[in-house]
Write a protein that binds this ligand. Structure first.
Ligand code: FES
Length: 180
């Protein structure tokens, strides 16, 4: 299903194309549908987000519509469709975090930074993805996971602001860190 005409794309997608050609060879349409999420994960892993160009390449390779890919990208909260900021936070909005006040952080992000899930602060310091599932550390609720490596637990608006301040002044080591 794949072919090689990608001359109009802005982003260099050679690495993704190689992976698709080597590992994603559906034998029928159902196979193609089942490969979409994983192929998008490959793109996000390689580039930090799934660009329009990457979506188009995946669609072309798998023989599915770009609309179908876009639908999946917007359905799964952990995909980014724009380049991420310097840091990325997964903000847990699962049941325990919700009960403990994650909505206050979500509202604060919206009101103070005009950032909703998948958005990036204007200064580019932080991208936030609001995750409706559980991050598995409910004892830290409400909690955010920063840069996929450490947890910022028991977050309230003040702590979130302290974190933002540390990110802005490029001193991430001073950010609240509840990683054990
Ligand atoms: S619900 Fe947020 S960590 Fe479990």
């Amino acid at each position: 299903m794949a072919h090689g005409a990608h001359a109009t794309r802005d982003q260099n997608l050679d690495a993704l194309q190689s992976i698709l050609q080597e590992q994603y060879n559906p034998s029928n349409y159902q196979d193609s549908l089942e490969m979409i999420v994983q192929a998008c994960q490959e793109a996000q892993h390689l580039y930090g987000y799934v660009s329009k160009d990457a979506s188009a390449l995946i669609a072309e390779h798998l023989g599915v519509s770009e609309n179908r890919i876009y639908g999946l990208l917007t359905f799964y909260a952990d995909f980014l469709t724009e380049p991420p900021g310097e840091h990325v936070m997964l903000l847990c909005h699962g049941a325990a975090c919700y009960v403990m006040g994650s909505q206050k952080i979500v509202d604060h992000l919206d009101q103070r930074y005009d950032v909703r899930s998948g958005g990036t602060t204007r200064d580019g310091s932080l991208t936030v993805q609001v995750i409706n599932g559980c991050l598995g550390v409910c004892d830290l609720a409400p909690v955010g996971q920063l840069d996929h490596e450490r947890y910022c637990g028991h977050l309230d608006v003040e702590q979130f602001e302290a974190l933002m301040e540390s990110l802005r002044s490029s001193q991430p080591s001073e950010a609240p860190d509840d990683t054990e």
